[in-house]
Design a protein around this ligand. Structure first.
Ligand SMILES: [Zn+2]
Length: 590
């Protein structure tokens, strides 16, 4: 018994001995290399049974992604944790490794949470923290003092592009990188309630060390959006005000103009981490540290925010659960989904803003006026914060999307995102709604390896289409609904159509020979009601056609049954709620 008592008396001391203190190179204006970072996480993981360092998949650099899980109950199975009513916070770092404040802050955050005597351990009673130490590993390994033209600290840091020069914070829908493919695995394994992605910004000068992107609440189902906007977001600002010595304000979305003229809330589409995470009703945030503040302060302010986010999540664990569940229920009943938003520039809030007075003295280089912030002239005044976005384009959700199995790139991505995919057990001919792409624009230069389409216009047509055994049906319901709509509606800004996964349908494959088609063309013209009149109108509109046999024949060809029905037809069909779906209901397997 005496031995046992002695052992228990020794226990706190023993755990102190095992404790690991990670390096604080940020205090010297430095950031760890990738190898140093992973070594620190490995040492940390060995120091307490509250940690588990898990590796997932691969990244483009050939290394796996690491995930540190901090669980007070030493349970590391996400399914069990969710069943045990634990909230899950996921923190992603180093997506832009030249912005490493979050990399350094997360390591200190993780070390603090593992301490037996930590004042934060109470918050882990109902919350598990998951940290991706560095997401863009290739970019972090590409280290230099010259990657960031305006960043004096840290002395050297990583590069924005990943191992194949992809900006990973534009890749959450296209999933071109292995990094993003692996991220989806982590994301859907853990299904985080709260998500944080850490960044640094340099668009303007002001007094704030940390700025915050809160995902656009308009884009969430009302129960969760209102909770985020009216309760969680204000509470986080209040907590930072009370608990941190660093000032925080909403992300300042100005470049080469000044914040005192007013600025708008960021509306991020799903290619961005927070835009993507919010499709799954995850409460998402992005810290954007201010580049012109000392690196140590950037790290410490991010660390302060992490503590606030954990404390808030833990203290409001039941509310977060309740509103996320309500949001999923609302999604099941929601008919219209917004594909494009526009800013209501007539509505704004007055935001008390601590900035610096700006002027436009002549540039030393050209003598032309150049924006200058005078740090000796700070101000605190109300500026207009535009945070009212209104729907510009909405679409009604179908009951199912149906995708021919040929479109493997799309099917793979839906599968990676754990979307339920059913398959036809036999061939069917269905009356359903199909889209034709009637107009679109394409970027002139590549965007993450894609020539992205935008301003896409479609026309809708109900028609009979054949589908075959093995084709895929995507039920539109519940948790994945918002994601599925953003992926499969071609007019959505980050749809798979926009990201070039259906470009094959934009070319016509069949043709006519002008010398051999004339008799048939004349017959079509004579027997198709109204076609001669349409041709006349077209010639009046397009004078080039008047004496051009080919163009006139082409017009007749394109308005005849000989012209391919699949040209510019978006191959994903919509089976709408009112449509008879018995034909497929009984012919499905998983
Ligand atoms: Zn960034």
């Amino acid at each position: 018994m005496r031995h046992l008592l002695f052992f228990f008396l020794l226990l706190p001391y023993l755990s102190l001995v095992a404790q690991y203190t990670p390096p604080r190179v940020y205090e010297k204006g430095q950031t760890l290399t990738y190898q140093e970072l992973i070594q620190a996480y490995e040492a940390l993981a060995k120091s307490s049974s509250k940690y588990r360092l898990i590796t997932y998949g691969k990244t483009d650099a050939g290394f796996p992604l690491h995930l540190l899980v901090i669980s007070n109950y030493k349970e590391f199975d996400p399914k069990v944790l969710r069943k045990d009513n634990m909230r899950i916070v996921l923190i992603n770092n180093g997506i832009h490794p030249g912005e490493p404040a979050g990399i350094e802050a997360s390591l200190q955050f993780a070390a603090e949470l593992g301490k037996p005597q930590s004042k934060y351990s109470d918050f882990l009673k109902n919350t598990v923290v998951c940290i991706i130490p560095s997401y863009n590993i290739g970019g972090m390994m590409n280290r230099s003092p010259y990657h960031r033209a305006q960043q004096d600290e840290p002395e050297a840091s990583g590069f924005r592009g990943n191992a194949r020069n992809i900006d990973l914070n534009r890749d959450f829908m296209a999933l071109r990188s292995e990094n993003a493919q692996t991220f989806t695995e982590i994301f859907h394994d853990w299904k985080p309630d709260v998500f944080l992605d850490t960044h640094t910004t340099d668009g303007s000068d002001h007094q704030y060390t940390i700025t915050l992107v809160t995902t656009a609440h308009q884009d969430l189902p009302p129960a969760l959006g209102t909770y985020l906007d009216k309760t969680m977001r204000p509470a986080l600002y209040k907590m930072m005000e009370e608990k941190s010595s660093y000032l925080m304000c909403p992300y300042v979305t100005v470049w080469n103009s000044t914040p005192d003229e007013g600025f708008e809330q960021l509306m991020e589409s799903p290619r961005y981490s927070t835009g993507y995470a919010s499709l799954f009703n995850t409460l998402s945030f992005m810290t954007e540290n201010h580049i012109f503040k000392p690196f140590e302060d950037r790290v410490k302010s991010t660390l302060d925010f992490m503590y606030c986010l954990l404390e808030y999540t833990s203290k409001n664990a039941e509310d977060i659960k309740k509103f996320r569940e309500q949001a999923t229920e609302q999604l099941k009943k929601q008919d219209a989904f917004v594909l494009q938003w526009k800013l209501d520039s007539s509505r704004y809030e007055n935001l008390m803003f601590r900035g610096y007075e700006a002027s436009y003295p002549p540039s030393k280089l050209t003598g032309e006026p150049l924006l200058f912030y005078d740090q000796n002239k700070p101000f605190n005044k109300a500026v207009k914060y535009y945070n009212h976005w209104v729907p510009e384009l909405s679409v009604d959700a179908p009951k199912y999307y149906i995708i021919p199995q040929a479109w493997k790139e799309t099917i793979k991505r839906l599968d990676w995102n754990k979307v339920e995919l059913l398959r036809l057990t036999e061939d069917v001919s269905l009356d359903l709604e199909m889209y034709y792409i009637i107009d679109y624009k394409t970027t002139k230069t590549p965007n993450n390896g894609h020539y992205l389409h935008y301003d896409v216009k479609v026309s809708s047509k109900n028609m009979k289409v054949d589908f075959y055994k093995g084709d895929y049906l995507v039920p539109v319901k519940g948790r994945e609904t918002a994601f599925v709509i953003q992926a499969l509606e071609p007019q959505a800004p980050d749809s798979y159509f926009a990201w070039n996964m259906f470009d094959d349908v934009l070319q016509s494959r069949e043709y006519f020979s002008v010398f051999a088609f004339e008799d048939r063309a004349m017959h079509i013209l004579d027997t198709t009601p109204g076609l001669r009149e349409k041709l006349k109108q077209e010639i009046a509109r397009n004078t080039q056609m008047a004496k051009n046999t080919y163009l006139q024949m082409q017009f007749i060809y394109r308005n005849s049954p000989y012209f391919e029905v699949t040209y510019k037809r978006y191959p994903v069909g919509r089976i709408n709620k009112k449509m008879e779906i018995k034909a497929v209901d009984e012919k499905l397997y998983k």
